[in-house]
Write a protein that binds this ligand. Sequence first.
Ligand code: DQA
Length: 147
Amino acid sequence: MPKPIYILNGPNLNLLGLRQPEVYGKATLEDVAEGCASLAAELGLTMRFHQSNHEGQIIDWIHQARSEGAGIILNPAAYSHTSIAILDALNAFDGPVLEVHISNIHRREAFRYHSYVSQRADGVIAGFGTDGYLLALRRMATLLGHS
Ligand code: DQA
């Protein structure tokens, strides 16, 4: 059984579809998870899809992925801009890491321009709405030799 892709979501993304729909769109995180599940199946990948509002929980999932995951797709949300701890955890993971932002963080407040996670990411997608997750999955399939 091939190892799953970990798709991890940071704080406030549980409110996707409700919070600032003019910025993040109307799709819910459940819609995103469903879209990812069907594309993953099409690409011959399996996935684990998680969201947490807690930095330590996200770090624990990254640690789990060290032995159980083939790759990580991560929307660290606001932790992108603050968390050296998440960067350190990703640096202890050997597989591909793709960073996703629903909004274009470079067209927003200056404090969103820098992401610690980008220093480890093999690719960054921003501003494609929730389609960014699907694009990241396709890229992950390529990186893992599934396409
Ligand atoms: C986000 C962008 C972050 O700056 C913000 O804190 C989020 C979501 C995005 O997906 O566009 O919560 O990561």
